[in-house]
Design a protein around this ligand. Structure first.
Ligand code: ASP
Length: 291
């Protein structure tokens, strides 16, 4: 089977001065993940490699180092991973790691539970770090802007992959909404809302988490794809998000089809498959379907 990787670096307002760093970061993470798939590694390994790379990137994205800061000046991260066979793991409001997605993976692989929050999740981190290590000049500036103007923002990262054996995986990681209440959890770690996978598809969402949770977006899309055309299904689920006062973007691999849509000002998108690739911080709200 031909492998495919699709990534997002968030949907929302991506500031002009940040776009080059986003694009570079997307391409780097995409190529690292695609190499994994080409060398026969699993969809799970590919999405983890992509998300870890974006979490480590301090110049762009809202995840890991450079994750959005809450109103108390703390980075509280959420992350989830799900495989097509139904295995999944997630963490929320975790403060002591650069790579929340690896702790979500640990929850999936090593515990009997699915979602661990705060201290429970933090106990799984082998080498805890100080939360201040996650702060960057870019995100500190953003918090100052938020305090003055309430201009919020996000730009979560996510990846979905199909490997040569036909397995799907989805992973999403975020610092959540800029200026959020301490303890607030978004859609990212909620299986079926921000992250979802089945034997036929993998989905990762980004945007206003409260609306995505209310619309149960990822699961709703997976059901609709079984009986609707991708364009109709995407339009419906993004309209639902809008109905609950939210905007955002979704990446989806459905069988061999790449489906991407957003209704925000920008979305950072990249994908790669044999003989074709794409990467862009797009400013044109759209639905993209690639067969
Ligand atoms: N969905 C994330 C959240 O609400 C934020 C984002 O995707 O930008 O926490």
């Amino acid at each position: 089977m031909e492998p495919i990787i699709v990534l997002h670096g968030g949907a929302g307002n991506i500031r002009l001065e940040d776009r080059e760093a986003y694009l570079k970061g997307l391409i780097k993470a995409r190529d690292i993940a695609y190499d994994r798939l080409e060398s026969n590694q699993s969809a799970q390994q590919a999405v983890l490699a992509a998300v870890v790379n974006m979490e480590n990137n301090k110049h762009a994205f809202n995840a890991g180092k450079g994750g959005a800061i809450n109103r108390d000046g703390v980075v509280e991260s959420d992350a989830a991973i799900m495989l097509g066979n139904g295995s999944c793991g997630a963490v929320a409001a975790i403060k002591n790691t650069l790579n929340p997605i690896l702790i979500a993976q640990k929850v999936m692989a090593e515990t009997e539970t699915i979602l661990l929050v705060a201290a429970g999740a933090e106990a799984l981190v082998d080498k805890p770090i100080e939360n201040s290590e996650l702060l960057t000049p870019r995100t500190l500036k953003a918090l100052e802007r938020w305090k003055k103007t309430n201009e919020t923002g996000s730009n979560t990262v996510g990846a979905v992959a199909l490997d040569k054996d036909g397995n799907f995986a989805a992973a999403t990681s975020t610092g959540g909404r800029l200026g959020k209440m301490p303890g607030r959890v978004g859609d990212t770690p909620i299986i079926g809302a921000g992250t979802y996978a089945t034997t036929e598809m993998a989905i990762s969402c980004t945007g206003e988490g409260e609306a995505f949770i209310t619309a149960v977006t990822a699961k709703e899309l997976s059901i609709r794809l079984e009986f609707q055309k991708p364009k109709e299904a995407m339009t419906k689920v993004l309209n639902d998000v809008k109905r609950f006062n939210g905007e955002g973007g979704i990446i989806c691999l459905y069988q061999k089809q790449i489906i991407v849509a957003f209704n925000t000002a920008q979305m950072a998108i990249a994908w790669k498959k044999p003989n074709a690739n794409y990467a862009k911080v797009s400013s044109k709200a759209q639905i993209m379907i690639i067969d």
